[in-house]
Write a protein of this length. Structure first.
Lengths: 341, 341
């Protein structure tokens, strides 16, 4: 389990407890959204919007030398920080903590475990002091041992009832509307949209179709091993407490290979964990587009890159230009951030 | 590697060397194909065709109590023996043998390996005497160490140029036309069609789109581990000589869970290796259909079940009726077998 971390955990705590100002929404910028009728109405006109639309137009125009047949129009999207927010910690960790609290009455043995006991006492600092081992315990207790149906129900219940501690929004309302609109635009243009996330594949599948229009079989992510076994007189899939695949960094191209089996032609990420995915996507002949979403908006969302403990972006910032990758500036390029500001 | 076998290898040899009569084609039955205009024209009228069409109609009729929304219309198909032939041995083994012969001039070291040496001398009996270890060597030498692009090219070249030793047909002409027609009918009815095979995922992906209309991301199969690494100055996926996943028997529901993330509502297989897939598909509320293709046609294809060394069907035959699964009788139910008899 040594790889199954949420990056530099030791510092997450700091972010978690420092009291952020709840992001303020910029209502002024909303007015023009309804007026325009072209593609990507939630994007401001400018080089980013232009580059994306030009790419889609040239790859879908059968008279263009850059035309790509529909079956090869594969676009991949990181999730945390690319399709929805990831501050103050990855939202999946909130799910895990809430799960442990909710189910603790049936598990008196959890209070003998220092990590779980600390979570039950709202002492995340102590809980995470155990580092990767502690985080693995948290993930396994809240993700393994369930049937696939139980886990899916558990995540769906959580996403319906839980609120983000800073914005008070439901977590699936902290998705980026311009990215949802972009994915719809791509699908209307004959693209297949896939999520390729370091987060848990089944966690994302539980709500991705309703939220993003992406079906379960177009989600790639980190996974636990699973077994087919009889539970309550019925043969079911049960999630095991053992890592199957860690879909981050160089794992992303491998996950794409194993699940999609085709090199994408567009890739969208926001952190160094997406670097290899953008590299794999763009390092091949033919039209290719790599895009980094740069978190520059401290007012409407969060501003972070090099020194962040979630979604750290160093190598990506240093090499985006020389690699020909587009850097989307959230503050400048997006008219709105969330669907309901 | 102990699981990576082609079932009861010790006996494959027998089948391989016993001289089968090349299957004779029944041209008489072809005439009526063109006349009918309903669905599944290559299927004879009868209970099998009726049951499949009724299932599709009730699940796609929005006024039916058994209506299934499009996003849940998932149909899974085994490959060897369900979509194409599997006699005298799984066709992937022919690919492996041909690969070893073709590339032996660049690998003088292979002749020091008894298994590979025997293959180079056309002595499959000796080659397979090493059992699972020998088979693993054959598979690894012919599948691992290549980039994904090299492997795909290699399989595509092979399928374009190789012929089946008994029929003289290209291997991708030994697909079952009634199944190809069925998959098209399902897709036209809003179903997604997936292959779920014990065979190699990348081997199938190389030709499945052209042959069956199934894109690479809708193929689930056995796989080797892979890594993302630099080859010839470019970052690429390289297949490693280590088993990643064995997609057979209880592995099939697990493979479906990990790749598709959704319990199918239709499943098609032909051997006991598909039993758990049919069970997983049909053991849940709502409309469900499990189908076994029963190889009953010694004239146009092959007749085998309980005592066969490929595609053995014992448990499936014993329990199909009590499980409510349809047994398709190839000889009676199909007007034609291959697309070009």
């Amino acid at each position: 389990m040594k790889h199954f971390t949420f990056h530099q955990i030791s510092g997450l705590l700091l972010i978690f407890f420092v009291s952020y100002c709840a992001p303020k929404q910029d209502y002024d910028s909303l007015e023009s959204v309804v007026v325009e009728e072209t593609a990507l109405t939630s994007w401001n006109d400018g080089p980013s919007k232009q580059k994306i639309i030009q790419f889609v137009e040239k790859t879908t125009d059968s008279s263009s030398p850059d035309f790509v047949p529909e079956s090869k129009r594969i676009a991949v999207f990181d999730n945390d920080g690319t399709l929805w927010a990831e501050n103050p910690v990855y939202f999946q960790l909130f799910y895990a903590i809430d799960f442990i609290k909710k189910h603790s009455p049936g598990h008196p043995e959890w209070s003998a475990n220092p990590t779980l006991k600390a979570i039950l006492e709202d002492d995340l600092q102590t809980a995470l002091e155990g580092g990767e081992k502690a985080l693995a315990e948290i993930v396994m207790v809240s993700h393994a041992g369930m049937t696939e149906d139980q886990f899916t129900s558990s995540v769906r219940d959580w996403i319906k009832t839980s609120k983000h501690p800073q914005t008070g929004k439901a977590f699936n309302q902290m998705i980026y509307y311009p990215m949802v609109e972009l994915m719809e635009y791509l699908r209307e243009s004959g693209y297949k949209t896939f999520i390729v996330s370091g987060g848990g594949i089944d966690f994302i599948r539980a709500w991705a179709e309703e939220t993003y229009g992406i079906p379960p079989y177009q989600v790639v992510g980190s996974s636990l091993k699973a077994e087919y076994t009889e539970v309550d007189g019925k043969n079911q899939i049960v999630k095991l407490p053992e890592l199957n695949f860690y879909d981050d960094k160089a794992g992303k191209p491998v996950g794409i290979h194993q699940h999609i089996g085709e090199r994408p032609i567009m890739a969208f990420g926001n952190s160094d964990g997406d670097y290899e995915m953008l590299e794999y996507t763009t390092q091949s002949p033919g039209p290719r587009l790599g895009v980094y979403i740069h978190h520059t908006d401290s007012i409407r969302e969060y501003a972070y890159d090099r020194n962040s403990l979630v979604g750290q972006l160093v190598r990506g910032l240093d090499n985006a230009e020389s690699n020909g990758w587009l850097l989307v500036d959230m503050a400048k390029d997006w008219k709105i951030v969330y669907p309901n500001p």
